[in-house]
Write a protein of this length. Structure first.
Length: 349
């Protein structure tokens, strides 16, 4: 399959060993899928940091958030009611748990390549019963002087979309779960259209329908409705099993350009693009038939969960699109694209 990404020669730009665990007794297993924004002249990543306890022989242990902190659950790996075949999810006595607990960590850079963790900025962790398994994969949208953070909130209730807002990245307002389970991949447009906020999101259905991209609108950026399915999976193609939005759509003369991820039945994740009408984003005008980026480098093929490139953050500078992406569910990487080149890859309906 074709690939028009120009990867950073420095990739991966962040490894799990580059950051310190959030608390003693945990180790960082993966860095994943950063939200991206600019602030005070720097490029910032809001990285999903996945942690778990240091594993002991014969025991599988994993963390869960409780009101008084993090609780470690330990189970004998040969327990008859344990299914630990998936590195991401454990099923124990009929209930699902994540093998890791994720929080969001801020890092910044002067050159967009070399990142460090600045002092004085908090870790963003799960809060309340709807986030006890952690918060993941944040998208960041700047509207006016407010940053809107939409992320995956995970608990025994399911997977939904949580939101927090901030103006200074030190104080946050928690708006709770704005779209209930099962839903994720929520990306808010960074501009109102005819006075309304718009967002892409992805409900999940395993029995009827599918894992498709939907559009929603809102009067205030918090309360969402008028949901409409706009992009579906395509049989026998690279995005046949699921699709989901990346970061905020990019406004171009041709329309709103969205970089999205797609996966097939083998759980191989690639990136593609589609184009929405400027005045009515529920109208999808065009879509790439082939992916614009496929996992092909060793750091994309091999890791915690291999054959994955996944983005939910970018920076636009003229025609240059710099995406930051998770590779193999373990490393943070960067790549550059030409917006015009992506637009040329689109096939109009």
């Amino acid at each position: 399959m074709p690939d028009i990404a120009k990867r950073f020669p420095e990739n991966p730009i962040l490894y799990p060993k580059d950051l310190s665990p959030g608390r003693a007794g945990l180790e960082i297993v993966c860095l994943l899928n950063p939200g991206v924004f600019t602030f005070e002249g720097k490029t910032w990543l809001l990285i999903r940091v996945a942690e778990k306890p240091e594993q002991k022989e014969g025991i599988i242990s994993f963390p869960v958030l409780k009101e008084n902190g993090i609780e470690i659950i330990a189970i004998a790996e040969n327990h008859p009611e344990l299914d630990a075949t998936d590195p991401r999810v454990i099923n124990y006595k009929g209930a699902d748990y994540l093998t890791t607990l994720s929080h969001l960590r801020l890092v910044c850079s002067d050159d967009g390549i070399h990142f460090y963790q600045p002092e004085g900025y908090p870790l963003l962790q799960g809060e309340g019963e709807d986030e006890i398994f952690g918060i993941e994969d944040c998208r960041v949208a700047l509207i006016g002087d407010t940053y809107y953070l939409t992320f995956t909130a995970v608990s025994e209730h399911g997977v939904g979309v949580g939101m927090r807002t901030t103006k200074n990245w030190k104080n946050f307002e928690n708006h709770g779960m704005i779209i209930p389970p099962h839903n994720k991949d929520c990306a808010i447009f960074e501009e109102r259209i005819n006075g309304k906020f718009y967002a892409l999101h992805r409900p999940s259905s395993v029995a009827l329908g599918g894992n498709y991209i939907w559009l929603a609108e809102s009067p205030d950026g918090i309360h969402w409705g008028k949901h409409k399915c706009i992009v579906k999976t395509r049989p026998n193609l690279w995005d046949s099993a699921r699709v989901g939005a990346g970061a905020a759509p990019i406004k171009t003369e041709a329309g709103w350009l969205e970089i999205y991820h797609g996966a097939n039945e083998k759980h191989q994740y690639c990136l593609g693009a589609f184009l929405m009408d400027l005045e009515d984003p529920s109208k999808v005008l065009a879509r790439t038939e082939e992916p614009i980026m496929v996992p092909k480098e060793d750091y994309e093929l091999h890791g915690f969960f291999g054959e994955v490139v996944f983005t939910n953050g970018h920076v636009v500078n003229g025609d240059e699109l710099t995406i930051y992406y998770g590779a193999a569910d373990e490393f943070v990487c960067g790549a550059k694209f030409s917006l015009q080149e992506i637009l040329r890859e689109l096939v109009y309906f």
